[in-house]
Write a protein of this length. Sequence first.
Lengths: 333, 333, 315, 315
Amino acid sequence: MISNSGKRIKTLELWAAKIRRNVVDICMQRGGYAGQGVALADVGACIFFDEMRSDGDGWYHDRFINSNGHDTIINFAAMVEMGIYSMEALRTMGADGSTIDQSPIEGARGFEITSGSLGTGVSQAAGIALGERMKGSDKRIICLLSDGELHEGSVWEAFMFAAHYRLSNFVVIIDNNDLGATGKTSDVMAVEPVRKKMEAFGFKARQINGNSIPEILESFEEARSTKDQPYAMIADTKIFTGIKVYQDAIPFAHFVGANGRWATGFLKWEPGWNEIIGTIERLENELAALDSSVSPISCFQEKIPIEDSESKTFGDYIFESTGFDNQSTILSG
Amino acid sequence: MISNSGKRIKTLELWAAKIRRNVVDICMQRGGYAGQGVALADVGACIFFDEMRSDGDGWYHDRFINSNGHDTIINFAAMVEMGIYSMEALRTMGADGSTIDQSPIEGARGFEITSGSLGTGVSQAAGIALGERMKGSDKRIICLLSDGELHEGSVWEAFMFAAHYRLSNFVVIIDNNDLGATGKTSDVMAVEPVRKKMEAFGFKARQINGNSIPEILESFEEARSTKDQPYAMIADTKIFTGIKVYQDAIPFAHFVGANGRWATGFLKWEPGWNEIIGTIERLENELAALDSSVSPISCFQEKIPIEDSESKTFGDYIFESTGFDNQSTILSG
Amino acid sequence: MLLELQHRKMVPAAFDDISFDLCNRRKNVIMMSADLAHYCDLYKVTKDLPNQYVEVGMAEQNQVGVAAGLAKAGFIPVTSTFGSYASRRCFDQMLICMGTSKNTGICLAFTPGISSPAPIHHQGTEDLGMLRAIPHATVIDPMDVTDFDQALDIACDTPGLVYMRGHRGTTPKWLDPASFKFELGKTYPLRTGRYIGVISCGHASQWAVEASDILTDQGVDHSLLHVPTIKPVNEQEIIDYCFAHDEIVTIENHQISTGLGGLVCEITSKVGRAPRITRIGVPDSWAPGGSIGHIRKHFTLDPDGLAKRIAGVKA
Amino acid sequence: MLLELQHRKMVPAAFDDISFDLCNRRKNVIMMSADLAHYCDLYKVTKDLPNQYVEVGMAEQNQVGVAAGLAKAGFIPVTSTFGSYASRRCFDQMLICMGTSKNTGICLAFTPGISSPAPIHHQGTEDLGMLRAIPHATVIDPMDVTDFDQALDIACDTPGLVYMRGHRGTTPKWLDPASFKFELGKTYPLRTGRYIGVISCGHASQWAVEASDILTDQGVDHSLLHVPTIKPVNEQEIIDYCFAHDEIVTIENHQISTGLGGLVCEITSKVGRAPRITRIGVPDSWAPGGSIGHIRKHFTLDPDGLAKRIAGVKA
Ligand SMILES: Cc1ncc(C[n+]2csc(CCOP(=O)(O)OP(=O)(O)O)c2C)c(N)n1
Ligand SMILES: Cc1ncc(C[n+]2csc(CCOP(=O)(O)OP(=O)(O)O)c2C)c(N)n1
Ligand SMILES: [Mg+2]
Ligand SMILES: [Mg+2]
């Protein structure tokens, strides 16, 4: 792992900027969860390009479960940089016949669970964490969930379980963006004080600025050194952080529609696009000025070739091998 | 309400002893949740014979929802003293054809919800609390639940909701008996620290000895004076508290079977029966020695005549009036 | 009953008006949502009738439980969320808290079946079967604004659990409010004919009408029966209808097992020697995401494809 | 296939041995419970194989989610709880976390249908219909220790969600392990005859055998078909069986809608002009509590009552 230097942080800022760019690129096509994706870019960069260890074979040793389906736009945006998906493919997200789901189904490239029915990912991630420990593996399991998912009782079942089993290989990151589908979480159904809740549920917890890469890295470090307890990183974010013109334009938007339509107005995509391109250029220049002998990301130094940028669609990759053809008239039900 | 005198407490101790006796009587017939019922007698006595206000018409102004189905044995045992059920009827509990369910179905006399599918009562109680407030009523809603029900995520949804809506007319009592169906709650799935959890979820909370009537009364008083928040009384209990010979005999038993069979042995009913009868006699004597000019229980001074000790059975009282006969061949589905 | 083609229209955000009107007429109705109010077209009630609106956040189990509690405090609660969550996420609560109660409790399931653009997790294609297995429950799948509106009003006077699929977004108004009167359990012939009898409910009744327009042009002898109430249903009407045709086709926005098709098979099998029944819907597989047009096409549920399949049973 | 009367026996706490044996043979199997291990006869695994046992407390949703996670870590999880909670309390999790996965995830539903002594809240009489509507799911309702044991083993090699009803307590061993070989989808003729064809699954196959013993004595011409796999089922076998009889009776420990009876009606209706089908089970009503004998009697599912009803279809 790269030392906690200015270079490490600057590198992650660059990855985050690229994630933001890719998120905007995807959403410009036919709408998407732009505000969340942009705001989660720093967390995403730290997960994909710093915290998770390589398996030496083009993927990770550690496991990342993004419980909130639509927040997986950051997974897609990061995987573009890793060469797992092409931007071309991702630009079809939401189009009829596209193989790219806004909330991916288990088995889609880079995704381990079917997301989209919110609140169901945390239990699965906790189960993976327990399973890995039972196998004697040192894999760490990171689960990102949204503040809206805290409304779902099942996540509290999972938290209680993780604490009871002392899953110290388990980190949950809560995207505390005070945003639900229909308004501010604090209005819709308040979840604060989240840190107190997590602590009472047996987690070591820290509430951080989810857009401060140093704070995220520090929190991950604390997570790794936490014994006998699962860990909760409560990442306070605000939608569109990192692209100022969008943030100024949109105080609240769950989904930004095609052509920039959102709940109460229209967003012009271009200014934000230009802003993030500018940010990337600036960061690249700043990085070049630093000592560049250290490869920026140990895990993904070189892009992995895109073998099959079209991930299979549901129904194709599900149950190819059951032996039963459920469509036939002979075996069905 | 009777002042917080020695007499008040002694009276409630007597009611509690009678609840214990009735619980044992029921369970002696063909088994039952004796340990929980005996231990909850003090809480039950305070709810039924002190805290809840009369509606002046043989029932209560306030509303009590017992979320845990089998813990309703205390409701039955209390209602015998109020003349709502006869012991004769209750002794059929669990018998084929009995109209007395171990976990009552909505509409059974004295019960407002269908219990038994654990964790579903708290949301309903919270809904009632909100509804009563919307109507401008000053009714208070008390909901008793078990520590096992804290495993169910849905109760945390309900807690979050109650706090968000600032339901100060809502009191939950958690029977914190460290007992689940298969072992100690702390082994099966630990729930502590319960008080911290409830506070983090927005409740004013107090952890008390659930077998101390003064502590229960004090806690209810605190609940009534709590503004803008729901209230949680965390009642630490231990099964069979109040009947020493049983408690010495059984450290753990979810259900005591017919003939006193429990998980790892047999219980002799008689010694405990004799003990509780002795307790009742002692308390009656002690009460008689006190000034008896104050009627012990304002709400139920005289027993209400048992009109129909057989409550209707499910299916009878459900949907008599839908207009559709679902059994007919004409209208069904 | 069906409006003439030129009078059929599309109504935007119909439920916004339906719910607002309902709440104005019945002051004991409480509209609820699990953080999807705007996505189910609930705006006016939330803004202008805040005393008749209860938001619970994304907690579907609690929504149903709180609703049952509100019912026990004298209100008529109407929960709302997407069909996938309305059915799968809180089924025990529906059965226990509402299904065993005499109090009216209404659960609305929006974007039902395959009518959500997001696959699997947002699509609920098992709900009609789940719900009709609950004793005494009422299950309604309206086809358009007209019967949705009327059925919701009647639901408010129906004891116990009422599960109803909703319509969101721009929704057809194809049934004539002047001549269509919703009654629980009643079935509605929309077109008459003799050879192929087409039975449908919900969105699929729209699809059936579209296909029927084509079949009528082609002179294919068929009739249409709209069955908005899945439970309780007038069995004799279904039996009479089925035995009056040579072939029966059922169409539903649902898996072809356990739902409307299953219901019709169960009812006719009671008599025996019934005509063949071809069940059309989601054929035991996951639906894709995308526009409803795309998804329908995927399953050959588009007007042309459907017309061909219906005509094809005559072979 | 059926053991002779004198060899039929009752096996106490069969699942304790079945689970212990399974875990010893397959070290990647994890038995799970939601605070009901002992009430589902899980003792030995919990005590002697703690590394193959995961307790989650009374949290059925989390049980299924954690199970799906264990599967993603390479294990074969087997969840257990009562049928009412196994189906109604965590249906979305089953469908989403297990139903869309290629990993094997097995959910066991004990005291299924009306076989719980506590009414409504502890009885799950809708599960077979719910589960068979999930694309690609496997749904099994074994009749005794023999097919339960064999089916569970095969479930461990079946990808995706496998929902199976369990047997707890003292359970019959009526199928001969020497001649009975469980195969997914296969149907098993237990008695041959021509006039009345009786199709059953699960506990109801025991009931059917009991009634059949009486009918055989009475010389009533009938046959028995045991259908342990509700999904996927060999439809041709069902069709051949039904059309070879004059009357069909289905018996199930389930609501008479959406389950086995519904399945048989759907399959035969595909062909058309099938014999009458009389569906026996829980007739769209709540069951009482009490002993299973009492509950069966309530619904005329006791041996004598059932025999009369079966014979009665000949009228
Ligand atoms: C179980 C479930 N209920 C409801 C929904 C519909 N829904 C999608 S996103 C959302 C809430 C969004 O808020 P949050 O979860 O905090 O995500 P954010 O947009 O902030 O990333 C809801 C209610 C869902 N997907 N799953
Ligand atoms: C939803 C649900 N899951 C499982 C059960 C089975 N069950 C009955 S009691 C119980 C746990 C008992 O512990 P607790 O709830 O603390 O009650 P106590 O016996 O201590 O009063 C369980 C798991 C149930 N009744 N409902
Ligand atoms: Mg949010
Ligand atoms: Mg307990």
